[in-house]
Design a protein around this ligand. Structure first.
Ligand SMILES: N[C@@H](CCC(=O)N[C@@H](CS)C(=O)NCC(=O)O)C(=O)O
Length: 219
């Protein structure tokens, strides 16, 4: 059986978990924190979560996991069959990770964990996020899904990463950084209704308090 290493507050873990649930694949969740311990680095070379263990071995990187799951079990599809349409979904996934989630992540210590981030970092991240939002605006269709008429892996990533980017904007800059994406609010509400995402968000909520406590204890 597949084993998914990570924890239910990790957004990248949750993307893969939602894909497994959408596909109805059997998997075991192995509660794991990111770690530099040699035994974890042996299965996740950067020490990050998630890590996916398969009967043939383990590997890291959530987008690689999404590809693997699609190849291992094509139905129900999370990528279009057409090569170009599939490339557009992967383009959305990259833009969401590289140009929205990653810059926003630099602000998580202050936005979510009671720490502080330098004014310089805030000044650097803001234009980066604005550029990422503009890029997403050029790609997102919301008609009714982010890539067009079918629900894809990019919808899962959007449902999980974009609320974090939105909250960072509000908490750090006091602004709606995602305002240039008309239709986003309704779209997010709509896709959150999917049972797989409901389960992921319910598990997230259930473990948030103990996660925050452990962050506070570790300083
Ligand atoms: N590109 C990676 C990002 C994974 C990632 O950043 N995970 C976070 C938890 S949400 C993590 O492990 N952080 C600890 C670290 O960066 O060392 C993926 O898609 O899996």
């Amino acid at each position: 059986m597949l084993k998914l290493y990570g924890f239910p507050v990790s957004n990248y873990y949750n993307v893969v978990k939602a894909a497994l649930l959408e596909k109805g694949m059997a998997f075991e969740e192995v509660q794991t924190q990111a770690s530099g311990a040699p035994e974890y680095l042996a299965i996740s070379p950067m020490g990050k979560v998630p890590c996916l263990e398969t009967p043939q071995g383990a590997f890291s990187e959530s987008q690689v996991m999404l590809d693997y799951l699609e190849e291992a079990q094509p139905e129900p599809r999370l990528y279009p069959a057409d090569a170009f349409a599939r490339a557009k979904v992967r383009e959305l996934l990259r833009v969401l990770e590289l140009y929205l989630e990653l810059p926003a992540r630099r602000l998580y210590p202050e936005a979510f964990f009671g720490g502080s981030v330098s004014e310089q970092t805030k000044a650097e991240v803001r234009p980066a996020l604005e550029k990422g939002v503009a890029a997403l605006g050029r790609l997102a269709r919301f008609s009714p899904y982010i890539a067009g008429d079918s629900y894809t892996a990019a919808d899962i990533a959007a449902a999980i990463h974009l609320p974090l980017v939105r909250d960072v904007g509000k908490r750090i800059y006091g602004e709606e950084l995602l305002a240039p994406l008309p239709g986003l609010r309704d779209y997010l509400q709509r896709i959150r209704e999917r049972p797989a995402l409901q389960r992921v968000f319910a598990d997230y909520k259930a473990s948030l308090e103990s996660f925050m406590q452990s962050r506070r204890q570790s300083g």
